[in-house]
Design a protein around this ligand. Structure first.
Ligand SMILES: [Fe+2]
Ligand SMILES: [Fe+2]
Length: 298
């Protein structure tokens, strides 16, 4: 079934909320000792909330990518040679953002009645920063490495969900399967953008961007921070007897920033093999030792 048809069907569908949405190892608490104190009902609720976060991430990245990066590239005649693929790339990602927001409304119609994003909340200044970077790929091509990493990780997540399909919510499995199939050209699109804006760029621009990538990646894409803590607070609404241990729950998540098993589960060799080897081959990234060590490449 195509993405558009599936999106339409989700409007009427009923999810099976007795099931997990994602494999347990795809959630941060799984890597903390405290997770093993949770009852089945507590694990289920946490997993379902984190599944909503995964879907929000797709809504956020794919709509941000379309509006802030691909649209300005399409509107600029200097990049006319890329316009054919960018048009398809943008149409795909806009449809995918709609697919994942419809899935979240199907799973939790009350939470998503008025907004597509409830756990991911960026301050206006951070939003403006992303818009500024993404709209100038010639100056800020680091963003294309983020896209390459996130797209490869998204494919890994989808394969993981499909592999555990017998334990997971069927609509969730169906959406991730359809998304994976519809993304098959995207690695070529990512490569074309990297060729134009990274490999053909000046050496000093690449160096500065490797530095920016390291900082942005560490700040927003590794340790569970604001979004993961909002999930905990939402989870506590269902299990108020845990409220007295709220700080302990938050601390357990914050400690994951130097947990190598957790980081490996996000960006390990089986998760993003191509992006890792491409990054490690770039002289500008070879100079960013702490980034490579974080990824376990040093
Ligand atoms: Fe997508
Ligand atoms: Fe994509």
């Amino acid at each position: 079934m195509g993405v558009a048809e599936l999106t339409k069907r989700l409007g009427e569908a009923k999810p099976d909320m007795t099931r997990f949405l994602v494999p347990e190892s795809f959630t941060p608490f799984y890597f903390t000792p405290i997770y093993h104190e949770f009852t089945r009902a507590e694990k289920l609720r946490y997993n379902q909330l984190f599944g909503l976060v995964y879907n929000e991430q797709f809504v956020f990245y794919e709509s941000t990518l379309s509006r802030y990066l691909l649209t300005p590239v399409l509107e600029n005649n200097r990049y006319a040679s890329l316009h054919g693929i960018i048009r398809e790339f943008r149409a795909d990602e806009m449809q995918h953002a709609e697919l994942f927001s419809t899935l979240n409304r199907c799973i939790d119609p009350i939470l998503y009645a008025n907004s597509n994003l409830n756990f991911i909340q960026l301050p206006a200044a951070v939003h403006a920063m992303w818009r500024f970077f993404a709209g100038r790929p010639e100056w800020f091509p680091f963003i294309l490495w983020l896209i390459a990493v996130l797209e490869e990780r998204a494919a890994y997540l989808s394969r993981g969900i499909i592999k555990e399909r017998d334990r997971l919510e069927p609509l969730m499995v169906e959406v991730y399967q359809a998304h994976l199939a519809d993304e098959s050209n995207h690695f070529d699109y990512d490569e074309a953008l990297l060729d134009r804006f990274w490999y053909d760029n000046r050496s000093w621009v690449r160096s500065v961007n490797a530095w920016i990538f390291q900082h942005v990646f560490t700040e927003y894409f590794t340790t569970p921070k604001r979004t993961a803590l909002r999930v905990v607070d939402k989870w506590l609404e269902a299990f108020p007897h845990w409220c007295s241990r709220r700080q302990e729950l938050h601390d357990a998540l914050c400690k994951l920033d130097d947990d190598s098993d957790y980081i490996k589960s996000l960006y390990g060799p089986d998760v993003i093999p191509n992006a890792r080897s491409q990054l490690a081959a770039q002289p500008e990234f070879q100079r960013r030792q702490s980034l490579l060590c974080l990824l376990g490449i040093c």
